[in-house]
Design a protein around this ligand. Structure first.
Ligand code: PLP
Ligand code: COI
Length: 366
């Protein structure tokens, strides 16, 4: 697979009939999550013969696909999730976009897809945000959620890596991820379904992982829960992650535990940032296996005081209850805990340019 160094320039073709300012204002006042979209999209095409080419910003529109397009049959597809934030000085910024670019290529490698030069990934996103900057939501805590994705676009039914790919970026003004707006979420531990096995695709952000998780998510919803907590596929004992977020466990003695990256969980960028911030705050963080039984015992004994989920969409969200077919248990008082709040506030303050960016995580969009 060829890797070109096409200068990342994205000519902009403006929407001929963009959303009116009045309609846009009403949409961005209460956007929810992932339901409304800006007027434009970024795209780049790839073929083994031409490399990456035809990068541009165009009006957001339907895709027209041949029914034999490879992705529709063998699900060779990956994506990323990131946000454009408004800094306290009014400018726009991305948070650690290089980490998303790297993870995108790691996912591409696992799914035998073409590598996208990192600068092309980042510039495509900046160009789209610049074009649709007026879509920044007015709701408290809002951001423009960015969804870069790539799929196998070769028209061919043989089972082999595609020789053509389509890369696209769409943008969605968002508020909070969880509809309920409850102070803490309730998670469902699925006894039947696992998310990822050793050697599988758990560390890749591919659509197939999410497709496989949906039956468990539906089970969670049926039991009044917000998310599924997946256990390891081998022993069915160790807590791995939620369907769309990583997990952290906080103890009364100041220790913090998070499941280790071992190929079966997504290496979250929020997870990595929280580990750094917690260590800086003098907390001892360890990446170690933690069983669901231990989680219940520690919550009941009071040794475990807080649990939170984290990710781009969910930011930092307290987990208040854990349910399964065997019953449920509550963590702490079932609401947000102090350490969780502190870590969340620190992270959000950096993302919004309100706290010093000691690690060079914030990338301004000029
Ligand atoms: N785990 C899964 C399965 C996810 O989908 C996500 C969200 O992207 C995360 C963890 C958190 O990753 P990040 O913090 O990079 O958004
Ligand atoms: C994200 O946090 O960006 C994700 O992709 C997770 C998904 C639940 C929206």
């Amino acid at each position: 697979m060829k890797q070109d160094s096409l200068a990342p320039r994205f000519p902009v073709k403006n929407h001929p009939s963009p959303t009116s300012p009045e309609q846009r204002a009403s949409l961005i006042a209460d956007p929810g999550f992932g339901r409304i979209f800006t007027d434009h999209m970024a795209s780049i095409r790839y073929s083994d013969t031409e490399g990456w080419h035809d990068g541009k910003i165009t009006p957001r529109t339907q895709l027209s696909l041949d029914p034999a397009t490879a992705v529709l049959h063998y699900a060779q597809e990956i994506f990323e999730g990131m946000k454009a934030y408004r800094l306290s000085d009014g400018s726009m910024a991305l948070f650690r976009p290089e980490a998303n670019a790297k993870r995108f290529n790691e996912s591409a490698r696992r799914m035998a897809m073409a590598q996208l030069p990192e600068e092309m990934f980042i510039e495509s996103i900046k160009a789209l945000v610049r074009t649709d900057i007026d879509w920044f939501p007015t709701v408290e805590g809002g951001a423009i959620y960015i969804r870069p994705f790539m799929f196998a676009s070769e028209v061919f039914l043989g089972v082999k890596p595609s020789s053509e790919y389509q890369y696209l970026v769409i943008a969605s003004p968002v508020g909070g991820y969880f509809k309920s707006g409850a102070p803490a979420i309730k998670v469902w531990s699925s006894q039947h379904y696992t998310r990822a096995a050793p050697g599988g695709t758990g560390a890749a952000k591919c659509g197939g992982n999410y497709a496989a998780s949906l039956i468990a998510q539906a089970e969670a919803t049926k039991h009044g829960c917000d998310q599924v907590v997946f256990l390891d596929a081998v022993e069915r004992r160790y807590v791995e992650e939620l369907g769309g977020m990583n997990l952290f466990f906080l103890f009364e003695d100041g220790r913090i535990v998070t499941p280790p990256l071992g190929g079966t969980i997504l290496p979250g960028i929020t997870r990595d940032s929280i580990i750094t911030l917690a260590k800086e705050a003098g907390l001892s963080v360890s990446e170690e296996l933690y069983s669901i039984q231990q989680w219940e015992d520690d919550a009941k004994s009071g040794k475990l005081t807080e649990t939170f989920a984290c990710g781009t969409a969910a930011v930092v969200t307290p987990v208040g209850k854990v349910a399964s077919q065997n019953g449920e248990f509550t963590i702490g008082a079932g609401g947000p805990g102090q350490v969780t709040e502190k870590l969340k506030n620190q992270l959000v303050a950096i993302q919004r340019g309100e706290a010093e960016d000691r690690h060079g995580w914030v990338r301004r969009i000029d």
